[in-house]
Design a protein around this ligand. Structure first.
Ligand code: ATP
Ligand code: MG
Ligand code: FE
Length: 338
């Protein structure tokens, strides 16, 4: 089974060929970050225009690199949401045109399911499992009893973890997106500011990062008013220590409360080295039998290979879509078929 997958939900145009939901034959990713940086965030109109320019090039490259002809494909998969509506529509149009031209079934894939299934490109999954989804727009704990079944047991009440990283980075004068740079700075600093660990003691699996963000911004602004400059490395280290302690503590508790074989960390923030190390160390000490799966860095950020991996599950359940498939900017895990 060969699936051609397309991802265009935000600022990465990507096309991949994935075999049996587990092997990457090609995974072309065209990032637009440079075009958005001078605006300090993703500009939807700019994103759409770049997707239009890149999508055909990525598609041709993905087929060529995989050495696969369209006639050998089983299906075409595409992200239908969540994401920016204009950006999603470019991927959807390309996927429909390609599927129509080659007589292939069209598989709608949820972007967040894609982030989770990036894990299957690393090793086989064993259910039930827990997934911590940490990305630019989401922070969720998802319990899965089987393929394609998603139960959100906890989520952020306000900002997503990646969003907090990017907002705090702006105050430090770092270019967007700033998660990677804060991660690097954090390793050279110390947690001397002791920011609050929001909701860490509460008996639920929810998160909150807006209080931490405000505490950080107030600290920096107050120092500026006194003409005092705080050390960016210590600020980064203190911010990251708070984020990581909350994520690790709540995720560990979730894994202790549900009968799981594996824990997947997925999404852009899963690239965070501090989080990866802390999670691994905590599990080794507290739950040595639990298998931790964190995809390699290139599969943590947005890419089409993860969409191809998730599509394999949808195809087996015969979840295909008609040509009137629409974009769903705030899609939930289960797609409503109307
Ligand atoms: P979503 O997946 O929720 O729709 P998105 O696709 O925009 O949102 P991703 O591409 O999955 O988000 O992740 C991007 C986010 O990951 C950005 O907020 C970025 O700052 C963050 N990020 C990337 N690398 C790191 C890192 N090393 N440490 C912390 N955050 C990081
Ligand atoms: Mg992105
Ligand atoms: Fe994403």
């Amino acid at each position: 089974e060969y699936i051609l997958a397309i991802e265009s939900s935000c600022d990465e145009t990507s096309v991949a060929i994935v075999k049996n939901g587990e092997a990457i034959l090609s995974n072309i990713v065209a990032s637009q970050i440079k075009s958005h940086q001078r605006f300090g965030g993703v500009v939807p109109e700019v994103a759409s225009r770049h997707h239009v320019e890149q999508i055909t090039i990525c598609l041709e490259e993905a087929l060529e690199e995989a050495g696969i002809a369209p006639e050998e494909l089983t299906a075409v998969a595409v992200t239908y949401g969540p994401g920016l509506v204009g950006a999603l529509l470019i991927g959807l149009s390309a996927a429909k045109a390609f599927a129509w031209a080659h007589g292939l079934p069209l598989i709608p894939v949820n972007h967040m399911a894609g982030h989770i299934y990036a894990a299957r490109l690393t090793q086989p999954l064993k259910f039930p499992l827990m997934a911590l989804l940490v990305s630019g727009g989401h922070t969720e704990l998802v319990y899965m009893v089987e393929d394609g079944s998603y139960q959100i047991i906890g989520e952020t009440r306000d900002d997503a973890a990646g969003e907090a990283y990017d907002k705090v980075g702006r105050v430090l004068g770092l270019p967007y997106p700033s998660g990677k740079e804060i991660d690097r700075l954090a390793h050279e600093g110390e947690d001397i500011f002791h920011f609050p660990r929001a909701m860490i003691k509460e008996d639920n699996f929810d998160f909150s990062f807006s209080g931490l963000k405000s505490a950080f911004i107030n600290l920096v602004h107050n120092a500026q008013q006194r003409d005092e400059e705080l050390d960016s490395k210590d600020l980064a280290a203190s911010f990251q220590a708070s984020v990581i302690e909350v994520l690790v503590t709540k995720t560990l508790r979730a894994c202790q409360n549900y009968p799981v074989y594996q824990l997947i960390i997925a999404g852009g923030v899963a690239a965070n080295q501090g989080l990866r190390d802390a999670m691994q160390q905590t599990l080794e000490e507290q739950m040595p039998d639990l298998t931790l799966i964190i995809p390699p860095l290139r599969l943590c950020g947005d890419n089409a290979a993860m969409i191809g991996a998730a599509a394999h599950v949808e195809l087996r359940k015969q979840h295909t879509a008609a040509m009137d498939l629409n974009a769903e900017p705030s899609a939930a895990f289960q797609r409503e078929v109307v």
